[in-house]
Design a protein around this ligand. Structure first.
Ligand code: C2E
Ligand code: CA
Ligand code: CA
Length: 564
């Protein structure tokens, strides 16, 4: 594929050459030699040459430059061409009778020489052809290994060149760095894509200027994530400060950086950048500090996580994962009534003890193991509904958590149907909690999956509402049955200065859309009563009970729901 730049060069099917030569006879000889093969532009002075370049550089395949011009020195022209990003990629062949100038010209980036008086036509043509071919190949490579927007290396080539960097510097300590722009998707939304692109280009330029001149390489991995691999240095704060530029009056770029210093070369390249990411994540929610360094504690954590991954399949096989149940109460009647339960998984690890899902769920989401775990939990939950029905003489609906990763799995609907059918549980008793952020991430696809789940009889609760970015009017169009207000929502409303106006608005809105509302993380009587007064339907939280193992839950139900 040719881009605009390339197409212009092949305008008449012939490549175009600029010959800069003040001597009339020489100019004529050159034109004669070249004109059957190339389009030839000529310039008599250095200034003329620079003017032509400014206008037409993109259409040129090569420049032939006489070093002895009346106005500017050939060497200075060469310096200016190579110093300007727009013209630097044009190959230049220098023509001179002066052998001594060679070294200086080569240092300045001339590609080849043609001596004067000119050699035979075949020789001149062969040199020109070879130079053009070489540069066009290089250009092609450049375009496959670079990110189109910023001109930095793309991910694939970056990892290759990073490995090469190691070979060039076998002994020197080297650092892996990741840089992320804060809230980049918000920038795009708020100021438009073009503005977002400008931000990315500026950041790329700054990084290149800081790192590219010394021993290092820079890449845009995707979106707003940049990677740097360079010899160890200690000015990362300054580099980050340089990136955090003010743009216009109302926007300043903010970014965070993670540095993995003196990388361990025995681990894979990508893992070195995972460590840089871990370091960056460690300063994610900090205002003061935006450069994080990979340290021993993170290393410990990494080993711990590795251990968990390693133990996963054994744990499934040996049923180390246990499902706890937390009751949800319908608070509309005078006295709250048990309404359902949420299934929450825990890991009873034989050596590490009880591990909370906050630790391992994100990990398993990263590598897809979550699918296996969730289907295990769903099966357990479905069987539990059935078991309680028999033992307690009543059906207690259970809601399960559905990860965003599960939603990318096409057979999800079939799998859920199979699970509930095999357990002999109606779909209305098997509720699905889907986190709000899943909807904003890949909206179209998720919405269509959720729609089909609903069409087939499942009820959907939007979990963690208030933590994602879905606007209130977006809720109206989403295929859901209930809004589950995130714990933080409740927490904020009941902070020292109680302010429940937002809560009230959301509950009203849900009501007007025919959605029920569930509040989670409710810990006090005051919270419960206020929510009830505001019209919230269902309440879950420590106020009623912590999540309990199935047997304890059963006892809880027997005691709580005993008729007086
Ligand atoms: P979540 O779905 O938002 O679950 C609510 C979390 O809040 C649970 O933490 C629960 O124990 C806790 N919680 C409930 N009431 C209160 C309260 O009054 N005060 C406080 N401080 N906390 C309360 P848990 O069990 O640690 O689960 C954490 C998260 O892990 C869950 O958040 C959910 O996103 C995920 N998770 C848990 N089990 C599963 C599962 O089986 N599959 C998937 N995909 N995710 C799960
Ligand atoms: Ca949940
Ligand atoms: Ca939640």
């Amino acid at each position: 594929m040719l881009d605009g730049y390339q197409e212009a060069k092949f305008d008449h099917g012939r490549r175009r050459i600029l010959a800069v030569e003040d001597d009339l006879i020489n100019r004529e000889i050159l034109s004669l030699m070249l004109r059957d093969t190339y389009d030839v532009l000529t310039a008599e002075t250095g200034r003329q040459a620079l003017e032509l370049l400014e206008k037409d550089c993109g259409t040129l395949s090569l420049m032939l430059l006489d070093l002895n011009l009346p106005d500017l020195k050939g060497i200075d022209i060469l310096r200016r061409i190579k110093g300007n990003a727009l013209t630097a990629r044009l190959p230049v062949i220098v023509m001179t009778a002066d052998q001594d100038a060679e070294v200086e010209c080569l240092t300045l980036g001339a590609t080849d020489f043609i001596s004067k008086p000119y050699p035979k036509q075949e020789i001149v043509l062969a040199r020109i052809r070879r130079t053009i071919e070489l540069f066009e190949d290089r250009d092609l490579i450049r375009r496959t290994e670079r990110d189109q927007l910023t001109g930095l290396y793309n991910r694939e080539f970056f990892y290759r060149y990073a490995a090469q960097h190691d070979e060039y510097h076998p002994e020197e300590p080297t650092d892996a760095i990741m840089l992320d722009i804060n809230h980049f998707h918000m920038i795009n939304e708020r100021y438009g894509r073009d503005f977002g692109d400008r931000v990315l280009k500026l950041v790329a330029e700054k990084l290149l200027a800081k790192v590219g001149d010394s021993d290092g390489i820079v890449c845009r991995r995707e979106d707003d994530t940049f990677l740097i691999y360079c010899l160890h240095r200690s000015d990362y704060r300054q580099i980050l400060d340089g990136v955090c530029m003010q743009m216009g009056t109302d926007y300043q770029i903010r970014a965070r950086m993670g540095v993995y210093q003196d990388v361990d070369r025995s681990i894979e390249m990508e893992r070195r950048f995972d460590r840089a990411k871990q370091a960056a994540d460690s300063v994610k929610n900090s205002y003061s500090q935006s450069v994080g360094f990979y340290d021993d504690a993170m290393h410990e954590k990494e080993l711990f996580m590795e251990q968990l991954l390693e133990d996963f399949h054994t744990a499934i096989r040996e049923k180390q994962f246990t499902v706890y149940y937390q009751p949800k109460f319908d608070v509309r009647p005078e006295e709250p009534v048990l309404n359902s339960a949420e299934a929450l998984v825990r890991w009873r690890h034989p050596r590490l003890g009880l591990i909370s899902p906050g630790v391992f769920i994100p990990l398993f989401e990263q590598n897809g193991l979550i699918r296996e775990l969730d289907s295990y939990v769903w099966r357990e939950a479905a069987a539990q509904i059935r078991a309680w029905e028999e033992r307690l003489g009543r059906r207690i609906p259970v809601s399960v958590n559905v990860s965003r990763i599960d939603l990318n799995d096409p057979p999800l609907l079939k799998m859920l149907e199979k699970i509930v059918d095999e357990a002999g549980v109606g779909r209305e008793s098997f509720l699905l909690e889907i986190t709000e952020s899943a909807y904003t991430e890949n909206a179209e696809q998720i919405i269509s999956v959720v729609r089909s789940l609903r069409k087939n009889g499942f009820f959907i609760e939007m979990d963690d509402f208030g933590t994602g970015y879905s606007s209130l009017n977006m809720i109206a169009t989403l295929p859901i049955d209930a809004l589950k207000l995130d714990m933080q929502f409740i927490r904020t409303a009941f902070r020292d200065r109680k302010d429940t106006r937002l809560l009230e608005t959301v509950i009203r809105l849900a009501q007007s859309l025919g959605l029920s509302t569930v509040a989670e993380g409710v810990e006090t009587a005051e919270q419960m009563l206020t929510l009830k007064a505001l019209g919230c339907d269902v309440v879950q939280g420590y106020y009623f009970s912590k999540p309990l193992p199935a047997e304890e839950f059963e006892t809880f139900v027997r005691e709580k729901c005993r008729r007086p």
